[in-house]
Write a protein that binds this ligand. Sequence first.
Ligand code: BGC
Length: 251
Amino acid sequence: MSKKKIAFGVDVGGSGIKGAPVNLNKGSLIGDRLRIPTPTPATPEAVADVIGQVVAAHDEVRGDAPIGVTVPGVVTHGVVRSAANIDPSWIGVDAKALFEERLGHPVHVVNDADAAGVAEMAYGAAEDVRGLVILTTLGTGIGTALIHDGVLVPNSELGHLELDGGDAEDTAASSAREREDLSWEDWAKRLQRYYRHVEDVLWPDLFVVGGGVSSQANQFLPLLDLRTPIVAAKLRNKAGIIGAARLAADD
Ligand code: BGC
């Protein structure tokens, strides 16, 4: 990785936009992360304005450090290509160009789950794990990151695999558990089918489970019967910020 020690990460989520400077030697936040509610509607311009506020609030600590920003959709070459759980107006937007214009600074734009996967690989639950690691974030949707021998293969989008005749994230995401008021056991049955399907086609060495619900991993991980080891993410709600910062420094 690059020699820069500090980078700035911004995590754009459905309810909040969070950012902080990151110490890349330790994989930890420098000071508190600032959270500003996501504007409604969360159009690219409105989100870019809030990102500008989050970054400006840390100008003193950040200095000229690289900036990374997550987006909850497919991102190729800085352009957002999908919008399953975000405002449809994002599709086709050159987010890199938009954010760079707003911030007057180079920006690395990355899928939210990919950023979390990179952070867990570098500083968290998948540190030093060789072979294929698949991070899944269970939240409003299901985000996934594929990391092989420490190298990210971006935009895996395994949350949209077909499960029980539909999109997996519609029935197996954490939001489905809340919406349908499922018991941990009933939700785990869906997760079981989901993770079994993924391990049957990709044969990972490790699953890492992130997303807010991972703080209650002891309620559902023990109910799963998989051949792949499966563990909770360690960096919790900081993973997106840390991963985005790290990728920006490596850009
Ligand atoms: C999107 C992914 C995203 C995930 C988590 C999915 O609906 O397609 O790109 O990583 O939600 O936010």
